[in-house]
Design a protein around this ligand. Structure first.
Ligand code: F6P
Length: 538
């Protein structure tokens, strides 16, 4: 069934035959409304794409052909849909503290979730109101040490919600490169800093190396690790071995994947920054998008539509990458966050049943906030030979009322870019401009060609009232479920990440070679030569 739909979609793509997005608007005065959808106050506009009624119908048919409703129900019901790790996928329960029971193997997981959330809240209150202090007084700074899902979510969210900060300053260390922890700890007071070790497994080499360095720094600086270290992990035996006070350990279960973990203990730094009330709003926003995802029909369902547009552009049209372009400086880390969410989830070439994928896996995701990107890589977006579908994000209002003129310019730039990508500029229009500038003859012709924009380049725009904790929650869940839907359509297990293992194993075995305690003899010639070069220059 789905094979036929893929054939239909490929046929539709082949038949586009020079179709222009602008002509689709001309032919359908209601196109903007008919190819937009809303969830609460969030609007997704995908009308600036070449998707018409027929293409949308075929894409939506894919959802039924792959049994999306059943897969969605299975995820929310706690079935072990992460089949290669035999795990349930229930991060949705973390944002359900105000909802009903969530059953796993016959037991409700919600009492445990709510208990941990309450403990996090009490811990944050104590740190924020100065009841839980460091050796030198109230906590002024928090350093979250973690990597991947134990870093990107809270780091992105803490930056995104800066206007809501009323707690200690939060810093993030992820890289094993000593430069990062050196620069972060430099200037902090070891007696008034809280160090959070965030690691689901509590074995990740980067995190454990940084955690030991931070503990040494704290001890050397007169701080008290027993009071000033916390851990966020599923491995409470290992946090105890590390010497972290059990009262400051917040656990979560194996049904929370790393890249889906910001909603629970891994979000502790965010809760410290914005308070338990703000964190509850963040959860509510996420929950609202869960509800929308579960209830809205496919053709009005934001995560589903975003996924289908992604499938159209990557798997059907063959565009290899996708740009995420938040016109929201505080979402500067969102592209990096989405790189893990999307590429670790759907960057796979084997289907759930072990067979080779019949269609390409997920695309490369990249991006930067606008307007900065406009003065860097947008040249390629507009005039490069390849097409890069773009995802713009823009708020109606900023958080700086006195600087509203900045925000109006930001909106104008965001809308101008999607318009320019679609509209383009023809050779005739470019010639007119050159003639108006006084050029003529061969020089006019030559110069005009450099000023042509092919246009017809697709984009979607996600618009929202203002970047609040609620809206950030909605936005993240929009993307989480988009990834889920794409994974179901592709037949991928979006919840494992075996692709990161080989590099970890080789790094471990290379350690003694770099140290010089083992020879590079059995490595490939390139690796051995690079080890020699680097050792010679140490
Ligand atoms: O990179 C692989 C990975 O397992 C990610 O999925 C995860 O978010 C990250 O490492 C960190 O893992 P942990 O939280 O166990 O330290």
């Amino acid at each position: 069934m789905s094979d036929t739909i893929w054939d239909t979609l490929r046929g539709q793509h082949d038949a586009l035959n020079g179709r222009r997005i602008l002509e689709m608007f001309a032919a359908d005065p209601r196109r903007a409304a008919r190819f937009s959808a809303t969830a609460d106050d969030m609007r997704l506009d995908y009308s600036k794409t070449l998707i018409g009624d027929a293409e949308r119908a075929a894409l939506v048919a894919l959802c039924d052909a792959v049994g999306l409703a059943d897969r969605r129900a299975a995820m929310f019901a706690g079935d072990r849909i992460n089949e290669t790790e035999h795990r349930a996928v229930l991060h949705t329960a973390l944002r359900n503290p105000e909802g009903g029971p969530v059953m796993l193997d016959g037991a409700d997981v919600m009492p445990g979730v709510c208990d941990t959330l309450a403990r996090m809240g009490a811990f944050c209150d104590a740190v924020r109101n100065g009841t839980r202090t460091g050796a030198g007084g109230a906590i002024t700074d928090v350093v979250n040490i973690g990597i991947g899902g134990s870093d990107l979510g809270p780091a992105m969210a803490v930056q995104a919600l800066a206007p809501c900060h009323d707690g200690p300053r939060c810093h993030f260390v992820s890289n094993v490169d000593g430069a990062q922890i050196h620069d972060v700890l430099d200037g902090l007071d070891a007696t008034r800093t809280l160090v959070i070790v965030a690691s689901k497994t509590f074995t990740t080499i980067e995190t454990m190396t940084n955690a030991r360095t931070a503990r040494d720094w704290m001890e050397a600086g007169g701080g008290d690790p027993a009071q000033q270290m916390a851990a966020l992990s599923s491995a409470t035996d290992r946090t105890a071995d590390f010497g972290i006070d059990p009262q400051a350990v917040f656990g979560f279960e194996d049904w929370v994947g790393g890249r889906y973990s910001v909603w629970g203990p891994i979000g502790l730094s965010l809760m410290l920054a914005i308070g338990p009330g703000g964190f509850a709003e963040f959860l509510r926003g996420g929950r609202a998008m869960d509800t929308h995802f579960c209830q809205a029909p496919w053709a009005g369902n934001l995560p589903v539509l975003l996924a289908l547009v992604g499938i159209w552009h990557h798997q059907v049209c063959g565009y290899p990458t996708r740009a995420v372009l938040p016109y929201d400086q505080r979402l500067a880390r969102l592209p990096a966050y989405l790189q893990q969410l999307e590429m670790e989830s759907n960057g796979k070439s084997v289907a759930m049943d072990g067979s080779r994928l019949a269609v390409p896996s997920g695309p490369v995701v990249w991006g930067e906030p606008g307007t900065n990107g406009q003065h860097a890589f947008y040249q390629l977006l507009h005039q490069g030979t390849g097409v890069v579908p773009c995802e713009f994000m823009i708020a109606a209002r900023g958080h700086e009322p006195a600087l509203d003129h900045h925000h109006r310019l930001l909106i104008a730039n965001c809308l101008a870019q999607s318009e320019a990508l679609m509209r383009g500029r023809s050779l005739d229009e470019a010639r007119d401009r050159m003639a108006a500038a006084g050029l003529e003859g061969a020089e006019l012709e030559r110069q005009a060609r450099h000023r042509v924009f092919e246009g017809n380049r697709p984009s979607v725009t996600i618009a929202y009232p203002r970047l609040t904790p609620f809206v950030l929650g909605q936005l993240i869940v929009l993307y989480e479920h988009r990834v889920f839907v794409e994974g179901v359509i592709l037949g991928i297990n979006s919840f494992d990440q075996w692709g990161v293992e080989l590099g970890k194993e080789l790094a471990t075995s290379l350690g003694p070679v770099v140290d010089g305690t083992q020879s590079a003899g059995t490595r490939d010639a390139s690796t051995a030569a690079l080890v020699d070069f680097l050792r010679a220059h140490r």
